[in-house]
Design a protein around this ligand. Structure first.
Ligand code: NZQ
Ligand code: ZN
Length: 381
């Protein structure tokens, strides 16, 4: 096991009708900015619950944060927050709104070019504290310090780190209004967050392995229940908690991590607009295939423990595990080939070019360079 330091400061308030608890959790004397997305919270009653809980608080609102939040949009919020002397941020939405609000939190008091806070880990300033009301189970942003920000002008999408919410409110009832496609993408994203931290090599930590396998198994069991027309509360709650546990640091203590699927996925989204979960479902099966020499032992463990694959040669077991993984994404209605989305050769060329220009060597073994990324994408066609 590798050395590690672990601290997760996020308070989670979980369960039915918990949005009302905002009144107890928010600082009484703060000037709050509520941030939200394209308006789903107006239609599903979440906005009304938030406003009811904020009776007596001082707040302003900033709406219109788009999926894959744009730096350009977020800078308008930064300017408004500076002008209004906002000193607390309340994100009400999915990963995009929470991520965007993490950026706002870092940027408000940053004196230089605010794009720096995304791309330069040394560009730090005092954070404006933030909290969230989560409306989409997927990213884990409600309990981690990461955010992914898109610069629309240059079609770039980068991860940044360093802003944890003070607290997050998770009421599984808010998930009922999600379109099935977003639920499918949320399940896929959560599942692949676990694989990014698990699918490296065996014998690092049996405890981390079993926690990770527990989240994978729960997602597989709950997926058909939450995809039903009329899902029950407990299934939604299990899905929501699984998504949080998939990316809050609890399953990565002392073990290697990969994240190649995400790095390639971000490029696909930046260049084509494909939804995050879809990009991951396309790329992950091909990474398992191309990197089978490095990852084979762990793939075999994953196949045996999650899909009960115990017969066949070593390579047959890997092939079957890849097939079952892809079949799971397909069972959610997510297609897993670039051609299903009409992504053309020029996108592959551009991703390869960017990887080469940045000199990135991805994966737990730093073995995934531009030519390997090309091979993965060629196999994803
Ligand atoms: O904008 P509104 O109107 O709210 O609609 C959203 C949006 O259109 C809608 N939605 C959200 N909650 C809803 C709802 N519709 C009905 N009922 C509800 N309860 O869903 C759409 C997608 O929302 P979005 O926030 O974009 O989805 P998600 O939570 O999947 O976030 C995706 C973003 O998070 C980043 C992704 O790259 C992407 O930019 N990620 C963030 C991570 C992190 N912070 O740790 C890790 C992830 O790997 C991921 O990269
Ligand atoms: Zn993700």
């Amino acid at each position: 096991m590798k050395n590690f330091t672990f601290q997760n400061p996020v308070k989670i308030v979980f369960g039915k009708d918990t949005i009302a608890q905002l009144a107890n959790e928010l600082p009484k004397d703060a000037k709050i900015m509520i941030t939200y997305g394209g308006g789903s919270i107006m239609r599903n009653g979440v906005y009304d619950q938030v406003i009811a809980a904020l009776k007596g608080f001082t707040y302003i609102e900033f709406g219109g944060i788009e999926p894959n939040p744009h730096f350009e949009t977020l800078m308008k919020a930064v300017e408004m927050a500076r002008a209004e002397k906002v000193d607390f941020l309340l994100a009400v939405g999915g990963g995009s709104v929470i991520d965007g609000t993490k950026f706002i939190s870092k940027a408000i008091r940053y004196a230089g070019d605010c794009w720096d806070v995304v791309v330069d880990p040394k560009a730090v300033s005092e954070l404006v504290p933030l909290a969230s009301v989560l409306t989409l189970a997927a990213t884990g942003s409600e309990m981690n310090n990461g955010a992914v920000i898109t610069r629309a002008a240059t079609q770039e999408k980068y991860a940044m780190y360093g802003a944890y919410p003070e607290f997050s409110i998770l009421d599984p009832q808010v998930l009922y209004s999600l379109p099935k496609f977003q639920i499918a993408c949320g399940i896929t994203d959560s599942y692949i967050h676990v694989l990014e931290q698990y699918l490296t090599k065996p014998d690092q930590s049996p405890l981390m392995d079993r926690w990770a396998e527990g989240v994978l198994q729960t997602l597989i069991e709950e997926a058909p229940k939450v995809m039903k027309e009329d899902p029950d509360y407990n299934s939604m709650a299990n899905f929501m908690l699984s998504a949080t546990m998939a990316l809050n640091g609890f399953i990565s203590m002392g073990v290697e991590q990969d994240w190649t699927t995400h790095m390639i996925g971000h490029e696909l989204t930046a260049l084509t607009g494909l939804t995050h979960g879809v990009t991951l479902a396309i790329v992950m099966p091909r990474i398992m295939d191309v990197l089978r020499k490095e990852k084979g032992d762990k793939i075999v463990q994953y196949g045996e423990r999650i899909f009960h694959i115990t017969s066949g040669t070593y390579d047959e077991r890997i092939d079957e595990t890849i097939r079952r993984t892809e079949e799971f994404f397909n069972s959610l209605g997510i297609k897993t080939r670039l051609s299903d989305y009409e992504v053309k050769e020029d996108v592959i060329d551009e991703i390869e070019r960017r990887m080469a220009e940045r000199g990135w060597k991805l994966g737990e073994n730093r073995s995934v360079d531009a030519p390997v990324v090309r091979e993965i994408l060629e196999k994803s066609k």
